[in-house]
Design a protein around this ligand. Structure first.
Ligand code: ZN
Length: 208
């Protein structure tokens, strides 16, 4: 029986700060009465992730269930609220901006996970930078949050995407049942060779 691998994860619940301009009305004294004026004011809009800490924990339970056959578990070490001026001043995060976010939330002995509301690219549920043990997962309109989390953790454990038609040793099902299937409707299963590769990855070998 393989020994259990425990990987600590620091989760940052990231609220993006977007500034917008709006027109505000105000009144000034004018003779015996008042006169209406308009001015442009800057307001700050907060875009928090859709899920709360309870759903984050549920997501971890789902992800750990998926990774159970590999005897790898992800341990939520801390959950921190965080704020950041939105790159490009947008309410959604472009995948090209993920490196900017990674610089602000570097991994410290384990994984750094940033939870956001939405990616700009609609089909994207998450994004990982393996060498930085860093990933971003979005939450808005994604009931399969735990599955996305497990998929991104797969990338951090060195697993690549599987395309249609990919052959895995001992794998008799359709490839889209696999956790690392490339596409929104990936499954949750792992092949023996993926388990071996994940357990041999840098992150699994030196989780903390
Ligand atoms: Zn992926």
């Amino acid at each position: 029986m393989a020994s259990k691998i425990k990987i600590p994860v620091d989760a940052h619940m990231l609220t993006l700060l977007v500034s917008e301009h709006k027109i505000e009305e105000y009144f000034i004294k004018a003779g015996p009465g008042q006169a209406r004026r308009r001015r442009r004011v800057k307001v700050q809009i907060e875009v928090p992730p859709e899920i709360d800490t309870k759903r984050l924990r549920q997501g971890f339970s789902v992800a750990n269930e998926i990774w159970k056959p590999a005897d790898i578990s992800f341990q939520l070490r801390q959950i921190k609220p965080a704020q950041m001026t939105a790159p490009l001043n947008k309410k959604t995060l472009d995948k090209a901006q993920v490196h900017d976010v990674a610089r602000k939330f570097p991994a410290k002995k384990g994984v750094s996970l940033v939870v956001i509301d939405k990616f700009t690219e609609k089909s994207l549920g998450g994004r990982s930078i393996q060498e930085k043990a860093f990933c971003v997962v979005d939450t808005s309109g994604h009931p399969a949050f735990g599955g996305h989390l497990a998929h991104e953790f797969g990338h951090l454990l060195s697993l690549d995407h599987l395309e249609k038609g990919h052959k895995l040793k001992g794998w008799k099902k359709l490839i889209n049942y696999n956790l690392m299937y490339e596409g929104a409707r990936a499954g949750t299963e792992l092949a023996p060779e993926q388990i071996i590769q994940a357990r041999a990855s840098n992150l699994a070998q030196r989780p903390s």
